[in-house]
Design a protein around this ligand. Structure first.
Ligand SMILES: [Zn+2]
Ligand SMILES: [Zn+2]
Length: 369
């Protein structure tokens, strides 16, 4: 079968042949791949050529954001049957630490985990994939157009859930509310797919959402944000240290830009007792100057929390499926419009290198639809 792979050191995607996988245990499920999203992680792999192929192989099949159709299932599989939609999660445990033993490799302590399509295990940019049922998340048929967004949304769900849980344990009034985020003022920094999905999840929880980026208001991402009731903030005309003055303090800040200078200067906009969650991974090693003493004083004196979040647990995938279903009821086809480009596998070359301002999510269509 065909697959899109990367050789270590190469900066171009190669089309390779892989043997079609078969069920290898009673709890294995085989999916025909329908769609696979491309994200910053894929582009970073391709631009840096820094991939670790599976043992004994010369290259790594990339892709970790997928949607598939069940075509075969072992006799011990109970949650899906052929014809059902499903996704596989990404990270696989190290086998040596407690979080991994608890099926929470997103919290792996050793760093010895693998990731399908990223680190040591073939990914999903191919025709068929097999994995164990415990790594599978069923997708309802009404999400066949948006189910491919489950993985990126799972990243968002973990980050928001972590922030909310932290606040619930420490704010005197937080436990009084079943829906703490309702009417909270939240700022999302960086309106790529993760930022826009964060805005979506926050809006579904009733938050007032401001989304910051540096593109014109009349482009696809600010317009999409407006469609779900968010307010666009142009970071070119409103400096991070003026956000507080212009819009008021933010009770939650969701950072999805990967830009360290922006991330730290936005601390200025964080409210007293506020929570700040970082999900962007900077690409370089540039040094950033920050007013360290002032930031430290503020974190202490204002009871603020800054936390990082990566990857997601199976439960966060299920939250993502829930939110995609609710979003569909709330906003109809608007969610599908996050996918701005669908390409055939053999037309996908340049898309790993360049992307336009109006692009949101690019998806490789393996089912030829
Ligand atoms: Zn991704
Ligand atoms: Zn581990």
């Amino acid at each position: 079968m065909q697959a899109l792979a990367l050789f270590p050191g190469a900066r171009e995607i190669s089309r390779v042949e892989r043997q079609e996988p078969a069920l290898d245990s009673p709890d294995a499920v085989k999916l025909r791949v329908l769609q696979v999203g491309i994200c910053g992680t894929d582009r970073e792999e391709v631009s840096g050529g820094a991939v670790r192929p599976p043992e004994g192989l010369q290259n790594l099949v990339i892709g970790h954001e997928m949607l598939g159709l069940v075509v075969d299932a072992g006799e011990a599989v109970t949650r899906v049957k052929p014809g059902d939609y499903a996704v596989f999660t990404v990270r696989r445990g190290c086998g040596r630490c407690l979080p991994c033993a608890r099926d929470r490799p997103d919290m792996c302590e050793t760093g010895g985990y693998s990731e399908r399509g990223i680190r040591g295990l073939d990914g999903y940019q191919t025709e068929y994939v097999v994995d164990r049922e415990k790594y599978l998340v069923p997708i309802p048929p009404d999400l066949k157009e948006t189910g491919v967004l489950t993985e990126p949304l799972s990243i968002v769900e973990k980050a928001i859930d972590s922030a909310v849980r932290v606040q619930t344990t420490r704010l005197p009034d937080a436990l009084l509310y079943p829906d703490w985020l309702h009417d909270r003022r939240c700022l999302v920094a960086g309106l790529g797919p993760i930022g826009l999905l964060a805005a979506l999840a926050l809006r579904l929880r009733g938050a007032e959402v401001f989304g910051m980026d540096i593109v014109d208001t009349e482009t696809s991402r600010p317009r999409w944000l407006a469609g779900i009731g968010g307010t666009y903030v142009d970071g070119r005309s409103l400096r991070p240290d003026k956000v507080d003055e212009a819009l008021g303090p933010m009770e939650l800040i969701f950072e999805a830009s990967g830009v360290a200078s922006l991330a730290f200067s936005l601390l200025d906009a964080l409210a007293v007792n506020g929570v700040y969650v970082l999900t962007g991974v900077p690409e370089g090693n540039r040094k950033v100057q920050i007013p360290g003493e002032e930031l430290m004083r503020r974190l202490v004196m204002d009871n603020q929390i800054m936390l990082g979040s990566v990857n997601a647990a199976p439960g966060h995938f299920r939250m993502a499926v829930q939110d995609l279903s609710v979003a569909r009821l709330r906003w109809g086809s608007l969610v599908e419009r996050l996918i701005t480009l669908r390409l055939a596998p053999d037309a996908s070359g340049d898309i790993f290198h360049e992307h336009g301002t109006d692009e949101i999510k690019v998806v490789i269509q393996w089912d030829g639809a």
